[in-house]
Design a protein. Sequence first.
Length: 434
Amino acid sequence: MSTLKNFKQMKNFGIVAIAAMLIFASCHQNPEFKKDEKTEPKKEETKESPEAQVPNRQGIFSQVINVSNIEFDEIKFEAWAKADLTDNNRFQFWVRVDSINSSKPLFFDNMYQRPITENEWKQYTIMGKVGENAQQVVFGGMLFGIGKTWVDDIKIYVRKGDTEWIQLEVKNSSFEKVKSDNKAESWGAFGNYYAFTVDNSNAKDGTNSYLIDGQPKPKHVYNAVPVNERKAIRLPLPDTKGTMTVEMAMATRRSVRSYADKAFTKKDVSQILWAAYGVSDSTKYKGYKLKTAPSAGALYPFEVYLVVNNVKGLEKGVYRYKPANHTITMEIKGNISVDLTDASWGQDMIEHAPINIVWTAVFERTTKKYGKRGRERYVCMDLGHSGQNVYLQATALGMGTCAIGAFADDTVSEIMNIPVEEEILYIMPVGWLK
Ligand SMILES: Cc1cc2nc3c(=O)[nH]c(=O)nc-3n(C[C@H](O)[C@H](O)[C@H](O)COP(=O)(O)O)c2cc1C
């Protein structure tokens, strides 16, 4: 089972954690960080970019403090850490200040440019100016990759102007309060293959410290169907008439993250796949048949996969959609959806939906004609069209779906045995409305 059961569970220690996670991800990739020449290592000092070196798995712990009754414009975070890490594995503290008025944080720092790797107790500080109307301070630490990090004595101060620092109450700041399962009271934590426990053999302050232990992910063996045994399964023809108008579908479409426990039929699968990337005009244009979704230059960069969890007449597994013949071919046998959920931050709608549609792109198909513009613009634009088709088709059929962009690309590719020339882009679980 997934360590993180679902987004509902994440809400247990604050929906903010999701936002935090997404901010980590975006800061991780934010090109602005690369441009910071003051802190960025010089080109000759490193062969790869720092991003390329950071492992893409992380274990995160956090706590939230409500500060809506305090006026301040500066924040200071202090904490001790000691890391037993090798290679590019790293630990970072992080602090975010959320505003009442805006979804944009008033302050965010995750020590991205100064990760913690030293194997001795040291105090680390995060400081910064904060805008007005702060609502909450969210903070914690994250371990990228495998290895151990100990944390102790976390303090947070705020102040306005040149006044004295006011210390905020961090609950269980020295990890002295321990639950029966050896977890720390008052702290939320998540990450597959990460253990968050209290350690009484290695403390900086008091008796205990907090140990974040990142274990290597066990290698899964997926049951790939041998190429010569792959058979095309013809799907029922899709309907081109329905009962809901496109206006109604647009007006009622929402991202739906929980579905009725009811199977799909092959006909349902057929309709969704056709909407995603099916052929709508068999006239060949430059060698391609035109599809339900527009595509720059009619170059159709996507491969579309079907992950079957619960479809009458279809075995659980991963199937490749062949739009030209409206067929599917099984490539992996068995249930991969639990692992797919794990690789997608525990978004367990993937696990519970009867099907998932997964898009990969062969960028080369578009870039060979459009170059950089193809990679940076056209493929993403194409994907939006195809994804929206699935949203509208699902809505029109009384189904629900949700676009998922937050997942560990490499892990999903590994689970689905995606060929190297394809890059994973989108996952959309589809199921019946409850
Ligand atoms: C590119 C993209 C990535 C998204 N990734 C996720 C995701 O990983 N998890 C999720 O629950 N929703 C995800 N969504 C859905 C958005 O949260 C949703 O569209 C938004 O909240 C607006 O709600 P609506 O679709 O109901 O109008 C994504 C949407 C887009 C367009």
